[in-house]
Write a protein that binds this ligand. Structure first.
Ligand code: CP
Ligand code: NVA
Length: 328
């Protein structure tokens, strides 16, 4: 049966079937090729889109803006400082109002329940631009990048996520792996292993595709990986936990030694970005002065031939375009 996602929200990959995830990836490849030829279409002509950001963003916001404009849509940006949402107006009322004005709503913030309530009350498609527990639009871009750089179908790929395996990125990648049949290995200290509840949910979905979902605290488990992925050690809102995370996660920093341990000369390195790979950012410098090296990846790996992080960042735009085109 042909896939039809019109009117659907995109809150987590767990809501999508294997065929639907495949459809979104195929559409992303198609829209990327179309843009490369300089063709701009009207697939979102007349569509009004609102972008709600309670946390900061560079890629996600710009990806939504450029993707919508490429296809003739119009965007409005609202952050918590410049709107009434949650301060002078309940989420339910704001969602009902926004649903009257807009054809689609993007939301980035803290709680997954907020993005779910927005979908429930607005009556229009809502897209999750990151919450504390998920980042589904990022995973589509990651998988598009893997398909471009790894000469294997996704179900044959071994992806190692090294670092904070309880964060939104690790969860989102696990969900994506379960839906595509990928081998996901979460590499990090036992104290940061995901809860049994999450693992049970993921493993249940993985049964349909044959995906392997594994955890390890042993660096040698990277052997045979096609992809090493990492993310910051303290996510937005967790800054107070940096000292503790540095202690826990330094053994899992992505280094050339870890890359070599995979035994794969064609290994690719992925990172959702923003990344700490040097001391050029204010936070990395400040923490270094206090005695903490917060780099989750060395500059050597980040700038190496293995790293395709900027292709990955560009793919945010093509995949977000596909999500909007498919659901509106
Ligand atoms: N990867 C990602 O979501 O980047 P931003 O925080 O810049 O949107
Ligand atoms: N885990 C990171 C992802 C940023 C795109 C965060 O939530 O800050």
């Amino acid at each position: 049966m042909a896939v039809n996602l019109k009117g659907r929200s995109f809150l987590t990959l767990m809501d999508f079937s294997v065929a639907e995830v495949r459809h979104l990836l195929d559409l992303s490849h198609e829209l990327k090729a179309k843009k490369a030829k300089g063709v701009h279409g009207g697939l979102l002509k007349g569509k009004n889109i609102v972008l709600l950001f309670e946390k900061t963003s560079t890629r996600t916001r710009c990806a939504f803006e450029v993707a919508a404009l490429d296809e003739g849509g119009h965007v409005t940006f609202l952050d918590s400082a410049s709107s009434q949402m949650g301060k002078k107006e309940s989420l339910e009322d704001s969602a009902k109002v926004l649903g009257r004005f807009f054809d689609g709503i993007e939301y980035r913030g803290f709680k997954q329940e907020v993005v779910e309530d927005l979908a429930k009350f607005s009556g229009v498609p809502v897209w999750n631009g990151l919450t504390d527990v998920d980042h589904p639009t990022q995973v589509l871009a990651d998988f598009l990048t893997i398909e471009e750089h790894v000469a294997k179908p996704l179900k044959k790929v071994k992806l190692v996520f090294a670092g904070d395996i309880r964060n939104n990125m690790a969860y989102a990648l696990m969900y994506g792996a379960a839906k595509t049949g990928m081998h996901f290995l979460g590499l990090g200290p036992r104290s940061l292993y995901p809860s049994e509840e999450i693992l049970t949910r993921v493993r249940e979905a993985a049964r349909l595709t044959g995906a392997q979902i594994e955890l390890s605290d042993d660096i040698n488990a990277v052997q045979g990986a096609d992809v090493i992925y990492t993310d910051v050690w303290a996510s937005m809102g967790e800054e107070a936990q940096i000292p503790e995370r540095v202690l826990l996660l330094t053994p899992y920093k992505v280094t050339m030694e870890m890359v070599q341990k995979t035994g794969n000369p064609d290994l690719i390195f992925l990172h959702c970005l923003p990344a700490f790979h040097d001391f050029e950012t204010r936070l990395a410098k400040d923490m270094k002065d206090k005695g903490y090296d917060i780099r989750e990846v060395t500059d050597e790996v980040f700038r190496s031939k293995h790293s395709v992080v900027f292709d990955q960042a560009e793919n945010r735009m093509h995949t977000i375009k596909a999500i909007m085109v498919a659901t509106l």
